[in-house]
Structures are given as structure tokens and as C-alpha cells.
Design a protein around this ligand. Structure first.
Ligand SMILES: [Zn+2]
Length: 572
């Protein structure tokens, strides 16, 4: 247990800080004392420290330092005790400190024994900045910013205001389409032209729903409007090349990012507007749609706690792999971490993470090399798709970095085989891979209108379900109701399997030529982690998902003798 505030606190004080944090932040109740430091930032810790010692806290002391003062003291001593004098009157010397338990008082009492000492608490980094930079270059001032010509910058912020209907019918039409998409929580809006038709549709809960026709007369003006919103000139669309851009929709006082893709088609265009509204779909690991089986959660956490190594995630497109990686990064996040994410495209921006939008996936290795030279603790690579990327990932993992990435395989155990197929020597795979994960996303049934369905022996046999489903009541989608937007489904549930690559597994991989099934079975037996299929059985058995969802996500059928004997655990 150690708090990352740039100063070393005595052990008993750390314990007091922990207690104070628990008192001040009720959400920390679920974390153990070991986990707790990872869940708080320096501001929380300093707040607790200030609270314990009744010292006021200042997040920044820039501009508060009387510049004649530090010269009166031994600079090395100030640096060592992490303190800096701020201000002096006839009676009081005000000083900033980063560690109330250091010997800072001696420095000041020696020089000004008659003055009363007043302390304020601040970050060690604030004090360091003042003591190291004597000839600091002034940052741009507000006045200077005001005088700058900001027009260019303003043009780049492309807001599409959905709060008031436009007088222009074409604009209002698009406003209404985007607004409906956002309020119905669509993930994408498609607008496309076909022969004599212009229509749009939404993707909601993974399915494209009803198509609606628009008047063909507004095709050209709608096209121009979208091209402009994406930040292009209208003539750019005539070049016959795909256009990618972004704009933000303003709804109430919320800004929602929209990633727009214009694919020129034989009949005109196909727009895909991806709504990046993460206000409700950015779950935390272990919660909501990312609720995980306890064993899965345990091994993911253990792998994340390692200082280096690779964590790879497999799963089909749209299975929410990147959402899970983002949740993992948030789990990992500590201020000292330098996190670099190289993606194509950037999905969700996380504060304090350097996001790199990899324009061209063929340049992946160049981006990764540059990322590795940027002193990262954690490297998130969008996808390992070739030998070069795989080798760079391995190299990063071997040189003390934690690498998170996705890879294309059907089942998680195949990740090991896939890396070897890409040409990575077995030894490196075994040494660096720490967790092989697989993910699916299953549509959840609407709790309010789902309908019971009893399975008999014949169905269980034909469908390839475990024996326990014989005579068991599962659920299927109902007719839909107002709560589920008449879809019969509401929300989605991530199904995540993790295969921890422990020393035993590493040894097994090294010593024998195993198939992915043998590796998986060994891990299932040894560590009691549930497979994707078992997790889907569990959701189906408990009425959370229906048969089509289960079949879609984990390919039911051709059931193994092992799965046939599956028993419900009801842990999710
Ligand atoms: Zn419903």
C-alpha cells in the first residue's frame, strides 16, 4: 500500500489516510486496503491528509509565491523537505508543504525564529515546479488569448444544435433524425441512397430497425449539410473517395460526439453516423453490462495488477472488446501511469490518456514504435493483426510494459495458437501473455414483456443444450412494450471469458504440443473459470437472454460431453 503523492508517508499515517478516505468517499467501501490506493487520485489523498492535520489545501500555488523569499533559504533543503515559502508579513510566514510529516519547520525556524508559521498543503509536483524553474517562461495569458484570432479554432468545433428547430427544412429534417437516434439510444444512424430511394434507419441494441423513406428531392442538400458538418468542403464529396469526420450534437447542455463516415456508392452515398454517447454505455469493469463472474473478475484483476505482460481480448466485431479494454484502462489508471492508446478509430477519450488515432492501419508498427519510445507504462494497441504488430507488442511486454490489445480469433484459447501462427516463437508467447480473454455481447430480454418458454427433451437434444434445460423454463422475447421501445429487448450483457496464463499454464504450453481445446480445458479445470459457453448457458437458464441471443453469441450445437453436464451456478 502506497499513495502516489510524490512523498513518502510513514506507515501509520498511511493507515490513517486510508481511514480518512473511507470516511470521506463512501464509494470506496467495496475495496480492500490493498486495492484502495488504486481507486483514488492525488487530490483525494491530499484532501484526506489536509483533513487529518487540519491544514488547508491548495491545488495550485502558481503565482502565489513571493519570488524574493526562496532565495533566503537553502534551496536544496527546501527541495528535500518538499516545501516552499509563499508569503511573509511582520508576524506570519506562510509556507506550502507537501508532507506535513517532514522536517520543514526546522528550515523556517532557523531563519525566522520570531515568525509564526502558517501552512498550506499542496502537491509535491507544485513545489518541485517552483523550486526547479526559476526562469520560467510565462504561459500565454488570458489577454493574449483574447487578442488572438480564434476564428480558425472556432470553426473546428462543429456543433450541430438540436435544441431549437431550424427555419431551414433540410436542416430541421436532419436535426430530427439525429435527435431521435440519440433519444432512442441508437448506436448508429444510416442514411443511404438507392435507385429512386432515399432512406434512413437506426441500429438499436445491435439490430437495424425500420427503414423510413425521405424525399429524394432533399438528397443533395442533406449530403452537403453532412459533408459540411464533418468539416469538408461540399466539393470534397465529388472526388469519389470515402470521407471520415466528426461533429458534435448539442442536446440540452450535453455535447455528444458523432463520428461520420461517408461511403460513396453506385447510387450516391451511404452515411454511417456512429453516436458516441458514452453517458450510459461506459460501464465499469464488474458493473452493469460488464458485470462479470467472480472467477473471471478475479483473474482479470490479477492480470491487470502485473507490472508488465500482455492481455489480449478476442471476439467478433461489435462484441464490445474496446469498451472492455477502456474499462480495464480506467481500472488501471493511476496518475503516475503514462498510458498511450493507439487505435483506429479512437472510440472513447479517457482523461489523462494519450489517444493516438491511427489514420492508416498499415502504419500500425510505426505508431507502436513511436508509442514505445514515448515512455509508456501501458500501451493500448487497437488490434494485433500481423506479425510485426505482434512482435512489437511482445517486445513492449518483455521490456516492462503492460500491453492491452485485441486479436482476431473465435475462442480465447486460440489466441495462443494465433500468435504462433503469426510467427511469434512459442517461448515469447508463453512468457508474455498473461491473460487470454474472449468477449461476446448478448441482447438482454426486456424484463417487463418477456414470455416463458418450456423446453422438452427433444428441443434440448436438437438445440444442443445441457441436460439441466430439460423441462426447465426459459424466456423468449415478448411483443414489446413501452419500456423497451417495442423491441422486446433492453440493453446488452457482455459475456467475458478469461484464461489466466499462470506459470503452470506457461510450462504446459512450453512442454507439450497442445490444441487450444486442451489448453482451455486444463485452465477451466485448474482455475474454475467459466467458458463463454457456460456463461451463456447461465444467462439463458436464468431468463436474462433468449435462445437466439445465446446461439448468436456462443454458437450452440455440437455440444461436448463436458458442456452437456453443465450445472447452473446463478452467480451472475
Ligand atoms: Zn418490453
Amino acid at each position: 500500500m502506497a499513495y502516489e503523492i510524490g512523498v513518502q508517508l510513514p506507515r501509520p499515517i498511511e493507515e490513517q489516510v486510508t481511514a480518512a478516505l473511507r470516511e470521506r468517499i463512501p464509494a470506496l467501501a467495496t475495496y480492500s486496503n490493498e486495492e484502495l490506493p488504486r481507486q483514488v487520485d492525488a487530490a483525494d489523498v491530499l484532501g484526506a491528509l489536509g483533513y487529518l492535520r487540519r491544514i488547508p489545501l491548495l491545488h495550485s500555488i502558481q503565482g502565489l509565491v513571493d519570488e524574493t523569499l526562496p532565495a533566503l533559504f537553502d534551496r536544496d533543503a527546501l527541495r528535500k523537505e518538499k516545501t516552499v515559502p509563499l508569503h511573509r508579513t511582520d508576524e506570519v510566514l506562510t509556507v506550502a508543504i507537501a508532507n506535513p510529516y517532514s522536517s520543514f519547520k526546522l528550515i523556517y525556524e532557523k531563519r525566522f525564529p520570531q515568525l509564526h508559521l502558517a501552512c498550506i498543503l499542496t502537491y509535491a509536483s507544485q513545489i518541485d515546479a517552483i523550486l526547479t524553474d526559476q526562469t520560467r517562461i510565462q504561459q500565454i495569458t488570458q489577454d493574449e488569448i483574447r487578442q488572438l484570432n480564434l476564428e480558425e479554432i472556432e470553426e473546428e468545433i462543429k456543433d450541430f444544435d438540436l435544441n431549437a428547430p431550424s427555419d431551414d427544412g433540410v436542416v430541421r429534417n436532419l436535426q430530427s433524425i439525429v435527435q431521435e437516434g440519440i433519444t432512442r439510444r441508437a448506436s448508429d444512424i444510416h442514411l443511404l441512397t438507392e435507385k429512386d430511394r432515399f432512406h434512413f434507419t437506426y441500429r438499436i441494441e445491435g439490430d437495424l430497425i425500420e427503414r423510413r423513406d425521405l424525399d429524394v428531392k432533399i438528397i443533395n442538400r442533406t449530403d452537403n449539410l453532412l459533408v459540411q458538418l464533418m468539416g469538408f468542403e461540399t466539393m470534397d464529396k465529388n472526388r469519389g473517395l470515402p470521407l471520415s469526420g466528426r461533429f458534435t450534437a448539442l442536446i440540452g447542455n450535453r455535447r455528444i460526439a458523432i463520428r461520420a463516415e461517408r461511403l460513396p456508392s453506385y447510387r450516391g452515398f451511404h452515411y454511417t453516423l456512429r453516436i458516441l454517447d458514452k453517458s450510459y454505455v461506459s460501464p465499469k469493469l464488474g458493473q452493469g453490462s460488464l458485470a462479470l463472474h467472480p472467477a473471471t473478475m478475479k483473474y482479470i484483476r490479477q492480470a491487470l495488477n502485473l507490472p508488465d505482460g500482455m492481455i489480449l481480448m478476442s471476439g467478433p466485431t461489435g462484441s464490445g472488446k474496446s469498451t472492455t479494454l477502456v474499462a480495464m484502462i480506467k481500472e488501471l489508471f493511476r496518475t503516475r501511469y503514462n498510458i498511450i492508446a493507439i487505435e483506429n478509430p479512437v472510440e472513447e477519450e479517457i482523461a489523462m490518456v494519450t489517444h493516438v488515432n491511427m489514420e492508416d492501419v498499415r502504419h500500425g508498427p510505426q505508431y507502436i514504435k513511436s508509442g514505445m519510445r514515448s515512455d509508456p507504462d501501458i500501451l493500448l494497441v487497437g488490434e494485433i493483426r500481423d506479425r510485426e504488430t505482434a512482435e512489437l507488442g511482445i517486445e513492449a511486454a518483455l521490456t516492462g510494459h503492460q500491453v492491452l490489445s485485441t486479436i482476431h480469433t473465435t475462442w480465447p484459447a486460440q489466441i495462443i495458437i494465433r500468435l504462433m501462427q503469426l510467427g511469434v516463437p512459442k517461448f515469447y508467447v508463453a512468457e508474455t501473455l498473461k491473460a487470454a480473454c474472449g468477449q461476446r455481447l448478448a441482447k438482454k430480454l426486456c424484463r417487463h414483456c418477456k414470455e416463458a418458454q418450456r423446453l422438452d427433451t427433444e428441443m434440448v437434444d436438437q438445440l444442443g443444450l445441457p441436460d439441466v434445460f430439460d423441462g426447465h423454463e426459459i424466456f423468449k422475447a415478448g411483443p414489446g412494450c413501452s419500456r423497451c421501445d417495442h423491441l422486446g429487448y433492453a440493453g446488452r450483457q457482455a459475456i467475458i471469458e478469461v484464461l489466466p496464463i499462470t506459470d503452470e499454464v506457461t510450462e504446459l504450453i512450453m512442454q507439450r504440443e497442445l490444441t487450444s481445446i486442451e489448453i482451455a480445458n486444463f485452465i477451466y479445470d485448474q482455475y474454475k473459470v467459466p467458458s463463454l459457453r457456460e456463461l451463456a448457458f447461465d444467462l439463458l437458464y436464468n431468463g436474462v437472454i433468449d435462445l437466439p441471443s445465446a446461439a448468436d453469441s456462443v454458437r450452440l450445437g455440437l455440444i461436448s460431453a463436458r458442456d452437456k453436464k453443465w450445472q447452473p451456478t446463478s452467480l451472475l
